[in-house]
Design a protein around this ligand. Structure first.
Ligand code: SF4
Ligand code: SF4
Length: 472
């Protein structure tokens, strides 16, 4: 029944294949010869199958586990260099008709403050985000046909792209909204979205149904097949993710990789990004309900293994995680993080609203964007506000081809240096600016292509003189 090319959820995420994979991984968790051969394959940067990755997840040989983390670090450095792309979530509305029991926006929660931003309030939020220095947003909204119809989302995207405040502008809007129809995905595509993200939460069907007792999201197949509809509509950059801690992490880890393999087999391009959220405390959600909580050490191993299994897929971690865990995630594979995030509706503008209970989850990393940028710089990373690829039409398989041949690194490195320079000129504190100058001096010579390196040097001068929005 398992068929990665099938368009039917239960066939491309076949429970029998996951169970067989988990059993095989258990049997082989101490099989040194097999584990070494899988790691040798991973050294070639060609990625791993879900079966191979599952064995590494279960592996209990200390030296092999050390090799896993070392390899994840090596792949991260080789493909992504020191670059870390920054973004911020923007919550439009927390009205929702679904019943997800791990989310405070669930329909039955009567204690949460329900809000939906007007276009004017979105304007204010976006100006606040631009004044922080953000260029890339992730829009979030609950599912509610009356409050949050597709027209509202489309209007909001239009509003966001139209706002130019001082030197600020949002250049890429990614979207995280409920599974919808091909027709609606087509409208989102036409509105110029970057990535469409939809988290599966869990791939285990019985658990999924138990966790989603109400609303359209309770339909496992409709939710799981959403990325196929998005791709059919022309959105070729999609972002996967599971909420670790909802069910047994091994099951979801395997399901996640199988979903990626399905997209690659069916559409010729795997996921653009994978997010790794973990269940965390929130209003009307008792984390004690979830007995499968993933401890830090396993969580970091999952991050390292995703890096090894799908080397060219960007990996995202949010401010749910503490600064300490985020630092480790960056080391082992994460390439994008949010900074200065507010997870409440209207949280960027009205001070008292930051403290209300309209947030989707508690943020653990509460630093400002400038503090996050400064921290990255001090740790030797190159913070990037780049949004170039989708604006240059480098999406889907076009993007993946450049990524797999390594050519993309030239663009990424040059764009990172230039967008950091813009940030330093317009928004950075003096300390961040000073740290940024040193990092630019160190990172500029690493632009692999000589012509682009020389052009970047010239553009840095022009940015200092006031010009903006250069990109390769
Ligand atoms: Fe609604 Fe999404 Fe929360 Fe579920 S996870 S209750 S769909 S906002
Ligand atoms: Fe991302 Fe493309 Fe920019 Fe690289 S050049 S950071 S892949 S948008």
């Amino acid at each position: 029944m398992y068929d990665p090319r099938s368009k039917i959820a239960e066939e491309f995420i076949a429970d029998e294949e996951i169970q067989a994979t988990l059993a095989w991984a258990q049997e082989n968790k101490s099989n040194r010869e097999l584990i070494d051969s899988i790691l040798d394959k991973a050294e070639t940067f060609k990625g791993l199958t879900h079966r191979e990755a599952a064995v590494l997840l279960d592996c209990d040989i200390p030296e092999c586990n050390e090799r896993i983390f070392g390899l994840a670090k090596k792949i991260k450095e080789h493909i992504y260099g020191n670059r870390i792309v920054l973004f911020a979530p923007l919550y439009l509305s927390n009205h929702c008709i679904n019943g997800c029991i791990y989310c405070p926006y669930h329909a039955k929660n009567k204690t949460i403050v329900r809000k939906k931003l007007t276009q004017e309030q979105i304007r204010q939020e976006v100006i606040a985000l631009q004044d922080m220095g953000h260029k890339r947003l992730l829009l979030e909204a609950g599912e509610h046909p009356r409050h949050n119809p597709i027209e509202y989302i489309l209007d909001s995207i239009k509003t966001i792209y139209s706002i130019k405040h001082k030197n600020g502008e949002i250049r890429r809007v990614n979207i995280n909204i409920a599974a919808t129809t091909v027709e609606n995905y087509r409208k989102l595509h036409e509105a110029g979205i970057g990535t469409y993200q939809l988290f599966q939460e869990t791939y285990n069907k019985p658990n999924y149904e138990m966790l989603h007792p109400k609303g359209p999201k309770s339909n496992y197949a409709y939710h799981t097949e959403a990325m196929d509809r998005a791709m059919e509509a022309g959105i070729d950059d999609v972002g996967l993710g599971v909420l670790f801690g909802l069910t047994l992490y091994r099951y979801d880890f395997v399901g996640l990789l199988m979903h990626g393999e399905h997209l690659e087999a069916t559409w010729g391009v795997g996921p653009h990004t994978i997010s790794v959220p973990r269940i965390c405390p929130a209003d009307d959600v008792d984390p004690g309900t979830f007995t499968n909580a993933v401890p830090d050490e396993i969580f970091l191993k999952i991050v390292a293994l995703i890096r090894i299994a799908v080397p060219y897929t960007g990996m995202i971690v949010s401010t749910r995680e503490s600064a300490r865990v985020r630092a480790k995630c960056l080391e082992f594979g994460v390439s994008q993080i949010s900074g200065g995030s507010r997870t409440s509706v209207g949280g960027y503008v009205v001070e008292e609203e930051k403290e209300d209970n309209s947030a989707q989850f508690e943020t653990s990393d509460r630093r400002t964007l400038d503090e996050v940028v400064h921290w990255l710089l001090e740790d030797g990373y190159l913070p990037s506000f780049c949004t170039a690829c989708y604006r240059a039409g480098r999406t889907g398989d076009r993007f993946m081809e450049l990524a797999k041949t390594g050519e993309i690194a030239t663009y990424c490195q040059a764009n990172a240096v230039m967008t950091l320079k813009e940030y330093m000129e317009d928004y950075a504190s003096e300390a961040t600016k000073a740290a940024g100058e040193k990092v630019i001096v160190a990172e500029l010579p690493k632009i692999p292509h000589e012509k682009i390196r020389i052009a970047s040097e010239k553009r840095l001068v022009r940015i200092a003189e006031g010009e903006r929005d250069f990109r390769f």
